[in-house]
Design a binder for this molecule. Structure first.
Ligand code: FES
Length: 117
């Protein structure tokens, strides 16, 4: 079922917003290029709200001392122990097949953000 959750402009400053739809805590995240994604607002490790965490570029490495910042791959970092989740897929960076958060479909229409729950 499609729910209107906020105006697109509400995501301009912080680029994230916590909402509750049908009793489900969800965090909306706006990427640098303006796309909006919706993830369950609960860290699968110990349960804090991911909406209290930071959005950042993913940092990868193929060798010791090498840091590659991936500008097109953004993550939402848990505020407690810094597990990182891809904002597009909800998959964790350290174990993407086993540790992830649920994602929801997002539509933007006429400046309003809708999610499918
Ligand atoms: S509670 Fe989120 S990483 Fe530990």
């Amino acid at each position: 079922m499609k729910h209107q959750v906020c105006k697109y402009e509400e995501l301009e400053l912080e680029r994230k917003k916590a909402v509750v739809v049908n009793g489900k805590a969800i965090v909306l995240v706006k990427s640098k290029n303006g796309e909006v994604f919706a993830l369950r607002d609960v860290c699968p490790h110990k349960g804090p709200c991911l909406s209290l965490g930071m959005i950042d570029e993913n940092c990868s490495s193929s060798s010791v001392g090498e840091y590659i910042f991936e500008k097109d791959k953004e993550v939402l970092r848990c505020p407690w122990h810094s597990w990182e989740f891809d904002i597009r897929t909800g998959r964790s960076i350290f174990n993407p097949d086993k540790v992830r958060v649920k994602t929801y479909e997002v539509n933007i229409d006429n400046g309003l953000v809708y999610i499918e729950v």
